[in-house]
Ligand binder design. Structure first.
Ligand SMILES: N[C@@H](CCC(=O)N[C@@H](CS)C(=O)NCC(=O)O)C(=O)O
Length: 313
């Protein structure tokens, strides 16, 4: 029986995220097939994509730009998948010569039938994809590429804080990072309402959590902040309208909005945020949600407004 709902949804119309196919891990000590090395691996990202955005931020904060090269795809995707071509904020793939990201997937596995997703990392030595499993990518940059990190690189995943970071990441993933997608791609009312209700309940809790501390965990910037930031920075620009997450906007949450600006305004964040790619990707790629492809002009948000969060511990 074919479902009345689109392919990426379940029989009840709830959005179902595909499972990752390539899960290679990097290793500092060479214990995996992909040892941490300089100049060997290439990261493919879309600046529109929140999962890829994490990797872009972490790569920059850790000073890994010269160690791991990066290619930015055209934010507008058609049925052929992500493309590498010249345009504003993106360019053709000088290193591997891929015109479409699908080439990397199909060269790795000619029988590959999943979606061609970013972020993913290509190994220029063995000529295959190492991973498209975004939760591992930043953790491996933080813990396995230590010998290549720049002087004074922050420890974004400190051992003592890992249980707390992991626990928070898990609920933020389900309710917020993936929650906006579950709301946006829901093809029926009940899964949409459930996702939106959980999303805003979690945002309300995070608003409270951030009332007396500057960062999510341990009084320092960690992986948890980066994962929340990439959803918050897209919230008013695309999730409120395009994904119907409109009970409140980010700017209606004084602490979350101040927190997001605090991160945005420090080195390593602002230069990774491309609102043009973000808006054109969502509004021009998801034809089911926005058949006209018209991109809204707003919102007008002052990301440079003072945030007054330096007073917090
Ligand atoms: N790889 C993950 C997450 C990454 C992801 O969803 N990336 C999106 C962009 S935000 C993508 O590349 N989608 C390509 C497609 O669906 O064709 C997944 O399988 O869900």
């Amino acid at each position: 029986m074919t479902s009345q709902f689109p392919a990426e949804t379940s029989a009840t119309g709830a959005f179902v995220r595909q499972k990752y196919q390539f899960q290679g891990r990097f290793s500092r000590d060479g214990s995996t097939p992909f040892p941490a090395e300089a100049g060997r691996y290439r990261l493919y990202v879309s600046l529109a994509c929140p999962w890829a955005h994490r990797a872009v931020i972490v790569r920059g904060l850790l000073g890994l730009e010269d160690t791991i090269s990066m290619a930015v795809v055209d934010p507008v995707r058609d049925e052929r998948g992500w493309a590498l071509r010249d345009g504003p904020g993106h360019s053709s793939d000088g290193v591997c010569g891929f015109e479409f990201l699908s080439e990397a997937y199909l060269r790795t596995d000619p029988g590959y039938q999943g979606r061609y997703t970013v972020p993913c990392i290509w190994d220029t030595v063995t000529k295959q994809l190492v991973t498209n499993n975004y939760p591992d990518i930043t953790l491996d940059f933080e813990t396995q590429f230590v010998d290549f990190q720049g002087p004074g690189a922050p420890d974004l995943y400190p051992e003592a804080l890992r249980p707390e970071i992991d626990a928070l990441n898990a609920v933020i993933y389900t309710d917020v990072n993936d929650g906006v997608y579950k709301a946006g791609f829901a093809a029926s009312q009940a899964p949409y309402e459930e996702a939106v209700t959980r999303l805003f309940a979690r945002l309300d809790a995070l608003e409270e959590h951030l009332s007396d501390r500057r960062y999510l965990v341990g009084g320092q910037l960690t992986e948890a902040d980066i994962r929340l930031f990439t959803t918050l920075v897209r919230f008013d620009a695309v999730y409120v309208g395009h994904f119907k997450c409109n009970l409140r906007r980010l700017v209606d949450y004084p602490n979350l909005w101040g927190y997001a600006r605090d991160l945005f305004q420090r080195p390593g964040f602002r230069e990774t945020v491309n609102f043009d790619h973000i808006k054109r990707h969502y509004y021009m790629t998801h034809e089911r949600l926005n058949p006209s492809g018209v991109v809204p002009l707003g919102p007008i948000s002052d990301w440079d407004a003072p945030h007054d969060r330096a007073r917090l511990p």
